[in-house]
Design a protein around this ligand. Structure first.
Ligand code: MF3
Ligand code: CO
Length: 251
C-alpha cells in the first residue's frame, strides 16, 4: 500500500535528506587516490551521528556498514573495506539515514582523479537520466513515465539499465511501495499523486545489463566486467511539482 505524506512529513523527510546530502558533499571532498572506502564509511557514520541521526543501512537485513561503496564494475551494495581507491576508478556512494523517524536515501557516483572519457560519459548520462526522471514526478503523471524516461536516455547513449534492482517508496521505512523500475513503457500504472515520496535510483552499465552477485550476498557487479554508475534522490510529488528532498534545487 502506498503511504502518501503530508506537507509536514515532507519537511521532516527534507531534513533527513539534508543530512544525507551533507554527508555526500563531504565524501566528494574526501574522494582521492589512496583513501579507503572504510575511511569514507567512518567519516559518514561520524557525521550522521553528529547530526543526531542514525545510519539507515547499518544492520539493515544484516548489512555491515553505513555506506554502500561500489567501485568500477560494482553496480550497488559494495561493502566498504581496506582497498584504497586509485586514480581512474569510479565509486558509487549510497547513504541512508533515519532522523526523527523519517528516512533519507541518496547516492552519487564520483570519479577518483581524472576520469577516462567513457567513464565521464557514463557518470553524466546516469545523472542526466535521474534528472529526467525527476521531471516526471508531477501530480497526474504516471509512475511508469519515470522508468521510461531513464531507459530512453540511457539506451540512446549506448548504455544499459539494470533490471534486477529498482527504486522505491520511502518514508517511515527505507523501502515502501511502490517499486520504481528504471525501465518500461510510459503511460502505465498508477497516477502520481501529491504526497507520494519515492527514491529513484538508476543503475547504468557501460556494457550489458546482466548482474552477477558476489558470495558476500551483497555486492552486485556487472557480469561482463564493464563499469557501472548509480545516482539516487528521494523526491516528493507536490502541487508545485517535483521536490528533490535535501537539496535546494536539483543541482
Ligand atoms: N539505496 C539502497 C536502497 O534503497 C541502499 C540500501 S543498502 C542496504 O536499497 F544495505 F540497506 F540494503
Ligand atoms: Co534507495
Amino acid at each position: 500500500m502506498v503511504q502518501l505524506k503530508t506537507p509536514a512529513e515532507i519537511e521532516l523527510m527534507d531534513e533527513a535528506n539534508r543530512i544525507v546530502h551533507r554527508v555526500l558533499d563531504g565524501i566528494e571532498r574526501l574522494v582521492a587516490p589512496g583513501i579507503t572506502t572504510r575511511e569514507l564509511d567512518r567519516f559518514a557514520e561520524a557525521e550522521i551521528r553528529k547530526a543526531g541521526a542514525i545510519p539507515a543501512f547499518l544492520n539493515y537485513r544484516g548489512y555491515p556498514a553505513t555506506l554502500c561503496t561500489s567501485v568500477n564494475d560494482v553496480i550497488i551494495h559494495g561493502i566498504p573495506g581496506d582497498v584504497a581507491l586509485a586514480a581512474g576508478d569510479i565509486v558509487g556512494v549510497d547513504c541512508g539515514v533515519v532522523f526523527n523517524g523519517y528516512y533519507g536515501d541518496a547516492a552519487r557516483t564520483f570519479a577518483v582523479g581524472r576520469p577516462s572519457e567513457p567513464a565521464a560519459r557514463l557518470l553524466a548520462v546516469t545523472r542526466e537520466s535521474l534528472l529526467l526522471a525527476v521531471g516526471k514526478l508531477v501530480p497526474g503523471g504516471r509512475l511508469s513515465d519515470v522508468g521510461a524516461a531513464v531507459q530512453r536516455h540511457v539506451e540512446e547513449h549506448g548504455f544499459s539499465v539494470v533490471r534486477e534492482f529498482v527504486g522505491h517508496g520511502i518514508g517511515t521505512s527505507l523501502h515502501e511501495d511502490p517499486q520504481v523500475p528504471n525501465y518500461g513503457q510510459p503511460g502505465r500504472g498508477p497516477r502520481l499523486r501529491e504526497g507520494l515520496v519515492v527514491a529513484v535510483e538508476p543503475m547504468v552499465n557501460a556494457g550489458g545489463p546482466e548482474v552477477s552477485m558476489d558470495r558476500d550476498g551483497w555486492t552486485a557487479r556487472t557480469r561482463d566486467g564493464s563499469l557501472s554508475a548509480h545516482f539516487e534522490f528521494s523526491i516528493a510529488v507536490t502541487a508545485e511539482g517535483p521536490r528533490v528532498l535535501g537539496l535546494e534545487v536539483a543541482a
